[in-house]
Design a protein around this ligand. Sequence first.
Ligand code: PLP
Length: 391
Amino acid sequence: MKTWKKRTKAVHEGIRRSQYNEVSEAIFLTQGFVYDTAEDAEARFIKAGDDEFIYARYGNPTVAMFEDRIAALEGAEDGFATASGMAAVNGALTSMLRSGDHVVSARALFGSCLYILEEILTRYGVEVTLVDGTDLVAWKNAIRPDTKAVFFESISNPTLEVIDITAVSKLAHAVDATVIVDNVFATPVFSDAIAQGADVVVYSATKHIDGQGRALGGVILGTKEFIRGTVEPYMKHTGGSMSPFTAWMMLKGLETIDLRVRAQTATAQFLAEHLAADGALTQVIYPGLDTHPQHALTQAQMGAGGTVLAIDAGSQERAFKLLNALDIWTISNNLGDAKSIGTHPATTTHQRLSDETKAMLGITPGLIRLSVGLEDPDDLLNDLRGAIAAA
Ligand SMILES: *Cc1c(COP(=O)(O)O)cnc(C)c1O
């Protein structure tokens, strides 16, 4: 098993077959489990074995299949599946922190992640320092002997800054801080985050893992001790667990994730190169372009630029005209979907931020985030070129 490559793990890891020996993973749509005797029930509540279940909020066979499969893909000892990506981010942080603790986080974050750090953790007495995640000196200056955790998105949303997992982990580990990486944009396909130093990796499974825009989900990955000792007690008692039906969809999503993400990434690279060469946009941001400030780091850390690019149309008016002129691309706010999606972060996903913060993060009025789907690359390029001309 240990020698399997990711594509094999994505199809076979974690499978638990019932007495019928079904090929496709079964959906165990049950909240509870029957005990033969009262003594058995008591014994299971004292200590459940590896494949013994009590209540679906604690665990479920279909959910366990998903947890084992994604943990194997990521090279993590264990995982806990959650109801959404935000339940994963919140669970990873809140389960390990207490009043008086100090956290250092990159400032360029998904809006809801920033809300947890700035509004929720601080309300419970956790001190949070935000830094420019690409600036290693800023990390070094902010991390203190009493820092408990560092948090960052390995590629930031939506400006696609790439953060050096190995270097930040080294600084954090010098003070025994736990490194928690939100790895959505890297995807499990290009991630080697745990080998590079991350202690905990979180995914919104809503994005590339489902990959077809059907369901919310998430997962927290780490050592067995962290997942079962710290995360599980918090999650199982606070109610953010994944449903068995969602776990089944995510299992099926994992079977094709490598093919989908590689195809979407090849198209993203193709589009970024052509749009940059056309010269009709103020800016084309893509970690796979050699003009990207962290291009070399991207190649070393992931080996590819991922499925998302960002373009700057110059103004909000032009950005809206461009989005409205698109035919194949849909205006929405998911990413990692089979369908190509254009998003205007300044007025949607990052609307809550002040103009000053938006400017600091590079979320300009003309910025459009493009999540590349599975359509024909030429069709996508022609659609974009037509819309750029119309704008
Ligand atoms: C979407 C996203 C989340 C939140 O995931 P949900 O499944 O929507 O809760 C967290 N972090 C990043 C980087 C995301 O893109």
